[in-house]
Write a protein that binds this ligand. Sequence first.
Ligand SMILES: NC(=O)c1ccc[n+]([C@@H]2O[C@H](COP(=O)([O-])OP(=O)(O)OC[C@H]3O[C@@H](n4cnc5c(N)ncnc54)[C@H](OP(=O)(O)O)[C@@H]3O)[C@@H](O)[C@H]2O)c1
Length: 340
Amino acid sequence: MEAYNITVVGGAGIVGREFLKILDERQVPVGRLRLLATSRSAGKRVEFRGATITIEETTEASLTGDDQVVFLSASGAASKQLAPIAAANGSFVIDDSSAFRMDPGVPLVIPEINAEDLEWHRGIVSQPNCTTTPMALALYPIHRVNPLRRIIVSTYQAVAGAGAAAVEGLRSETEAALAGRHQPSGTQKREIAFNAVPQIDLFAEDGYTKEEIKMANETRKILHAPEIAISATCVRIPTFFGHAMTVWAEFERPIGAAEARALMAAFPAITVMDDPATERYPTPMDVAGTDSVLVGRIRSDSSKPGAITFWTLTDSIRKGAAANVIDVLVEADRRGLIRR
Ligand SMILES: NC(=O)c1ccc[n+]([C@@H]2O[C@H](COP(=O)([O-])OP(=O)(O)OC[C@H]3O[C@@H](n4cnc5c(N)ncnc54)[C@H](OP(=O)(O)O)[C@@H]3O)[C@@H](O)[C@H]2O)c1
C-alpha cells in the first residue's frame, strides 16, 4: 500500500487516537502524519512510531494540497466547514460525522458490504454511525440472498460512542455515586452511572431521536434498499466500550434460526458466538478493543413465524469508527482512488 500524507482533524479525540493505534497495529504505511484539534489540545504531544507529533490548532489554512488523505473526526460543524476545502485541494476525505452521510453525492461505505460505492466518490466518503455498522453487517449475509423487509432494533450503547468527555463523565459519576453522591457530568441527557437513558441526540417531530433516524436511513443507503421498514430505539447504558443491540428482522421469505446462523457464520466480517447449551453469547466486554462484529442469541421469533431475532455487538470506536475508516482507506488504495 502507498504511504500517504495523512491529516487527522480531531487527532486528540477518542476516535482519532484509536485511528493512530490501528494504523500501527495493522502496520499501515504512512508518509507525513499531522494531527489537528482545537486550541484546547494544540501543543499536546503524541508519540507515533518513535516520532513525536505536536497537535496543531485547526484553521481553514491547515488543510493543504500536501494532504493525500484527510480524516475528519471532530464534529458535524467542523466537517461541514472543512470537508469541501480538503476535497477541493484534491485530498481523499473520510468523514466520521453525520454531516454528509445522507448526501446523495457522497458514498456511505462499509467495505465488506458496498466497497464498489467508493468508485463514484467526488472527494468525500462518509463513515456510518457506530450503531449502523454492526446491524448492517450482521444482516447483510442474509439480505443478499433473501432481501430484508422490516427491522425492529433496540440498542444498549456505551459512553465511548459519545467521545472522550463521556468516558470521563461515566467514570466521575460512578465514583461519586459509590460515595453516595449524585453528581451528573452533563455528558449525557441524564446522569448515566447506574442508569439507562433512552435519548441519544435530539428528538425529531415524530418522537424518534436523530440517532434512531440515522440508523434507519443509513442502513437503507448502505444496503441500497430504500424500501426496508426500520424502527429503532437507541439507549445509552453505563458501559464504557462496546455497543450492543437486539435486532428483530423479517425478510421476503421466511427464515429460521439455523439458516440465519449458518449464513452469518459463513460471512467473514461476523463472528457468531451462539450456543445456549453452553450459555455462550457475546457481551460488551468481549468486543471492546477488537474489530469484530459479534452475534449471539440467534433464534426464530416465537410471535411471528419466519422472522428472526438476535443480539449483536461492536466496539463503536473500532469497527464502529476508526477500523472501518482504515478498511475504507485500504480498499480505496487498492482501487487506485487516492491521488499518489
Ligand atoms: N466515539 C464514537 O464511537 C464515534 C463513532 C462514530 C463516529 N464518531 C464521530 O467521530 C467524531 C469524533 O468523535 P469522538 O468520539 O472522537 O469525539 P471526542 O473524543 O470528543 O474528540 C473530538 C476531537 O475533535 C476535536 N474537535 C472538535 N471540534 C473541532 C473543530 N471545530 N475543529 C477541529 N477539531 C475539533 C477535539 O479537539 P480538542 O481535543 O481540542 O477538544 C477532539 O480532538 C464525531 O463526529 C463523532 O460523531 C464517533
